[in-house]
Ligand binder design. Structure first.
Ligand SMILES: [Zn+2]
Length: 393
């Protein structure tokens, strides 16, 4: 396996450098005779394990053989990291813990090893132990301190401890980190969402303002603010806020339509709703807008107008979802054999639609039926958007 070969090549290289450095140092210190002999024996034992296809035993022997001194610390850190990257976090913890116990480490070296150990614990799912190590490191005025802060935020994010995650973000960390700004806005949105579900409007509004301060382009904050206004009875304010979304990012128009429909329903203004939808449709040919428009026409008893509108738009820009909906409209008028044929076709489009993802991550390509604010695959925030085109909107 190429990965195995790469791993063992790196392991050998690391060990060879470590062994050479260790030997050079021992020569300089004129150690008692026999030491080099023991080292070589360990290497032969390790090689023997490898030749007998016992890589686990070989690795243990090689790691034991590598002496820890100021020249080989980097090699030990790298070895532990190699184990972690292979998914062997137990081994990574052993290597880094062994290193961490050495009293000869300088303060900087100890901090770096502690950071790697925290990474190992995170990889092993031992988040409380990782949190303890990172909390001790986060105020370290070095690059290690900053890396620890970022890792601690990542840890809180994984644990869905949104308040702690926000608390762990320092202005210095935010300054040059657009990804963190985006993530921080979503942490505040997560809190706002929880507060909204308890109708705690004052606290939710405060969180949404904070989300906006972190990232003014956060669509989710706009959507939640509109929901807040709607839930607290201000439908007009909700509509005003929602209509900012086509300017912020038109890809999210489908995600705002239900709240927009609810707001106009609360105001009992179907005509105004249809006018807004017509305006949106003139610049964004999304099937969801068309369906909302047709459904509102039907609710006003204008079935034929709804059918003609959808038919007209589908001829200009076809989508599977639109054709499926159009067949539904025709079914309402059809009878006898025609109805049976249409039902067969509609069942087929239904089957096709059932399997079609409606959203896609613009960062890693992950596809899903539902809209995730954080991609479950690459963990990017705000990268999953509705799919536009024949197979989507
Ligand atoms: Zn992704």
């Amino acid at each position: 396996m190429p990965l195995e070969i790469l791993f063992f090549s790196l392991l050998f290289l690391a060990l060879a450098v470590g062994w050479w450095l260790g030997r050079r140092e021992r020569r300089n210190r004129l150690p008692p005779p026999g030491t080099t002999g023991e080292l070589s024996r360990d290497y032969f034992v390790g090689l023997n394990y490898l030749l007998n296809e016992q890589p686990d035993e070989a690795i243990e022997t090689f790691v034991r053989a590598l002496e820890v001194n100021s020249d080989t610390i980097e090699t030990h850190i790298a070895l532990g990291n190699l184990f972690r990257s292979r998914g062997e976090s137990d081994r990574a913890v052993r290597v880094h813990q062994n290193l961490f116990a050495r009293p000869s480490l300088s303060r900087d070296q100890a901090a770096r090893v502690q950071l790697e150990l925290a990474r190992d614990f995170m990889a092993a799912g031992l988040l409380d132990r990782a949190e303890r190590l990172l909390s001790e490191l986060k105020d370290n005025p070095s690059e290690t301190g900053q890396a620890s802060q970022l890792l601690l935020i990542d840890l809180y994010e994984r644990e869905k401890e949104w308040q702690k995650a926000i608390h762990a973000i320092s202005p210095a960390l935010l300054r040059d980190n657009p990804r963190l700004k985006k993530a921080a806005a979503h942490y505040a949105c997560e809190l706002a969402s929880q507060l909204l579900s308890k109708n705690n409007f004052v606290a939710a509004r405060k969180q949404l303002k904070q989300a906006n301060a972190f990232d003014a382009s956060c669509i989710r904050a706009t959507l939640l603010m509109a929901q807040l206004e709607l839930q607290s009875g201000s439908a007009k304010a909700a509509i005003r806020i929602l209509l900012r979304i086509p300017e912020q990012d038109p890809a999210y128009i489908p995600a705002m339509l239900q709240t927009l429909a609810d707001a106009y329903r609360l105001l009992d203004q179907p005509r105004e709703f249809m006018a807004t939808l017509e305006k949106l449709l003139s610049s964004h040919q999304y099937t969801s807008i068309l369906i909302h428009l047709a459904e509102t026409l039907r609710s006003q008893g204008q079935h034929q107008q709804a059918l003609e509108k959808v038919d007209h738009h589908m001829r200009r820009q076809v989508s599977l979802k639109g054709v499926d909906y159009l067949m539904d409209l025709y079914l309402h008028q059809a009878a006898g054999e025609e109805r049976a044929h249409l039902l067969t076709l509609r069942n087929l489009t239904n089957q096709l639609l059932e399997r079609k993802p409606e959203h896609q991550c613009h960062s890693c390509g992950f596809q899903s039926q539902q809209l995730y604010w954080q991609c479950p695959k690459c963990r990017e925030w705000g990268s999953v958007k509705p799919i536009i085109g024949v197979e989507g909107e």
